[in-house]
Design a protein around this ligand. Structure first.
Ligand SMILES: Cc1cc2nc3c(=O)[nH]c(=O)nc-3n(C[C@H](O)[C@H](O)[C@H](O)COP(=O)(O)OP(=O)(O)OC[C@H]3O[C@@H](n4cnc5c(N)ncnc54)[C@H](O)[C@@H]3O)c2cc1C
Length: 387
């Protein structure tokens, strides 16, 4: 049995490892020239944690996780206006939250996938066209004579998936823009790192939220979420400075250190009526991005990949692939729908547009310290995870 996976991100690497362990031959195509070094910090909890435990990846991920002590909103002078201890967040999220830098997580998953016979990673290879004939899928790479053939194609190529475009149609049909953009980069700044300590800091501000984590070796991971406006500069760094300057000393320092062309993309969801067509299935963000505001995209990428590989892995006859894919789609859809609904709710509050909304959020965050509100949040989170 043979699979081609487009994308060596979180979903692609986990699916490759699991299918390889089940005895499949797997080619993973990654358009990037090599492993990614830049990225952002992710909270990893819920379905992904349970899946990682089940498939034996949890310890690998826990070994590269950061220990974050608290998430705190700060005002322009750097004073905390609200705080949530991570120990409590962990309890509310069902017991386990790993804080993982995306490149660290991918490196750990790549190591695991690389240990499995039958898994081959091809960097600098872009999936660009797909054709299916007589139960075989042909994946073109844009280079004449360089294509891959398989029994199943897994499109794990992220928010702007080329596989989705080729098989299901144009991006605008499925991408739901939540009206914000997010930029992320890592800088070396020991002084800020020390100031941040083990906290995840967010500015309590209008129009743009600047957030940061202290990393190992004096580095700082910066995240800026902002509402774009007509007439914004084209160049990313200039746009960030136009949108996010003046939020305080700490975010201004991060802006001063911003590279010219950091990661910057729309905050969006991918909403599709189906993620399977013939022998092609979309996995992770490609077929059901929930947005960074749901805080679960990486978690769902792991859980979805484990679920899909669990259904495909045991097959020994290619004719049974379509029913396994249909089964996956039916079982997985409710989890994605529920996380997307949570993402849309979070989007409504994440970036207040008026002072009244900002004050309301401040009040809710302060109230979150009270025992009753604590229980309500716990119920909401656990219901979300249970679904
Ligand atoms: C700023 C930010 C913060 C986030 N925070 C969190 C968080 O706290 N918790 C959480 O769970 N999630 C978080 N997420 C979401 C999470 O990062 C994604 O949901 C997750 O990475 C999706 O994994 P994936 O494997 O589906 O896609 P990706 O990680 O996007 O991987 C896709 C891969 O496919 C490759 N690719 C693209 N096109 C092609 C092609 N044509 N051919 C071959 N390869 C291709 C890409 O280079 C990439 O390596 C955050 C996202 C952002 C942007």
């Amino acid at each position: 049995m043979r699979a081609v996976i487009a994308g060596a991100g979180i979903a692609g690497l986990v699916a490759a490892r699991q299918l390889g362990l089940a005895g499949w031959q797997v080619d993973v195509l990654e358009r990037g020239p090599g492993p990614r070094e830049d990225g952002y910090m992710m909270d990893f909890f819920g379905p992904g944690v349970h899946a990682a435990q089940e498939i034996g990846l949890y310890d690998t991920l826990a070994a590269v996780a950061y220990r974050v002590v608290a998430a705190a909103y700060v005002d322009a002078r750097g004073r905390e206006t609200a705080r949530l201890d991570y120990a409590r967040f962990s309890r509310l999220a069902g017991g386990d939250v790993l804080s993982l830098l995306r490149p660290d997580m991918e490196e750990a998953l790549r190591r695991e996938a690389g240990l499995v016979p039958g898994v081959r990673l091809h960097y600098g290879v872009r999936a660009s066209g797909v054709d299916e004939q007589s139960g075989r899928v042909f994946v073109n790479t844009g280079e004449p004579g360089h294509s891959f053939t398989a029994d199943v194609l897994i499109g794990a190529d992220g928010l702007h998936s080329a596989v989705r475009q080729a098989v299901f149609g144009p991006e605008q049909r499925y991408l739901r823009d939540l009206g914000m953009r997010a930029a992320a980069y890592i800088v070396h700044e020991p002084r800020l790192n020390e100031l941040i300590g083990g906290r995840f800091l967010l500015t309590d501000s209008l129009g743009c939220t600047a957030a940061c984590y202290g990393l190992r070796d004096g580095r700082v991971a910066a995240l800026l979420v902002y509402r774009p406006a007509p007439g914004d500069p084209q160049q990313v760094r200039e746009r960030l400075r136009a949108r996010c300057a003046g939020l305080g000393e700490l975010p201004d320092r991060l802006l001063a250190l911003c590279p010219a062309d950091p990661y910057d993309d729309v905050v969006a969801q991918v909403v599709m009526p189906r993620c399977v067509s013939g022998r092609t299935v979309l996995l992770g963000d490609a077929g059901g991005a929930v947005s960074l505001l749901a805080g679960q995209g990486g978690s769902l990428a792991v859980a979805g990949a484990a679920r899909l590989a669990g259904l495909l892995g045991p097959l020994r006859q290619t004719e049974r692939i379509p029913s396994a894919l249909a089964d996956f789609e039916q079982r997985w859809r409710p989890t994605v729908d529920s996380a997307q609904a949570a993402g849309r709710r979070a989007a409504a509050n994440f970036l207040p547009q008026t002072r009244t909304r900002l004050l309301m959020r401040r009040w809710v965050l302060r109230a979150a310290g009270l025992p009753l509100v604590d229980r309500i949040i716990a119920r909401q989170i656990s219901a979300q995870i249970a679904r």
